[in-house]
Ligand binder design. Structure first.
Ligand code: HEC
Length: 162
């Protein structure tokens, strides 16, 4: 009986409680859905070059503007990161597309195309809408722009700056 009891205790102790399902609070639902490293042009160069000395997660904490990413990449090259010019350019575009603030009320169409990762025509529609109706107040406001997909905005909510 004692042995059985011991086995039972051990079995119970080693039975791992499964981690609770990831149900973020409603406020976070939309911001937590995006992959830390979304697929897209430049991802393979980024993974190849930027995961050598540190985990790629270390790279993408705070959002950085294009100029700041450019500076970081220069720093990494000085530390010894090796890539062709083309790869560094792809990495920069990838980081700007996924890890930079989106200044919805101030950015030019060109900047919006790069940071929101939308075609030039959609970026121009955003600027036109802003000029006609005044500054955007919220993500919902932004989704009223014709041609701009709601899913696109939702996936980038965290990065929108008003
Ligand atoms: C040769 C090694 C090496 C490679 C390759 C490398 N890094 Fe780094 N990285 C470092 C070191 C060392 C630090 C810590 C420096 C510090 O704390 O100032 C660092 C820190 C960072 C940081 C945090 C500090 C900051 O400047 O914001 C970022 C972001 C970063 N790296 C981005 C990148 C990116 C993007 C790439 C790919 C282009 C890359 N790293 C490739 C060595 C490397």
């Amino acid at each position: 009986m004692i042995i059985l009891g011991g086995v039972l205790v051990m079995a119970t102790a080693s039975a791992q409680t499964p981690p609770p399902p990831t149900t973020p609070t409603p406020a976070q639902t939309t911001t937590q859905t995006d992959d830390p490293f979304p697929d897209g042009p430049g991802k393979s160069a980024f993974m190849k070059v930027c995961a050598n000395c540190h985990a790629p997660d270390k790279v993408v904490g705070p959002l950085k503007t294009r100029a700041e990413w450019s500076q970081t990449i220069d720093d990494m090259a000085r530390f010894g990161a090796e890539a062709t010019d083309q790869e560094f350019a792809q990495i920069q575009d990838y980081l700007v597309a996924h890890f930079s603030p989106i200044g919805v009320n101030k950015a030019t169409a060109k900047e919006l195309a790069a940071t929101l990762d939308v075609p030039a025509a959609v970026a121009e529609a955003i600027v036109k809408y802003r000029e006609e109706k005044g500054p955007f107040a919220s993500a919902d406001d932004l989704t009223k722009v014709p041609g701009l997909e709601t899913a696109k905005v939702d996936a980038r909510k965290k990065r929108l700056v008003f």
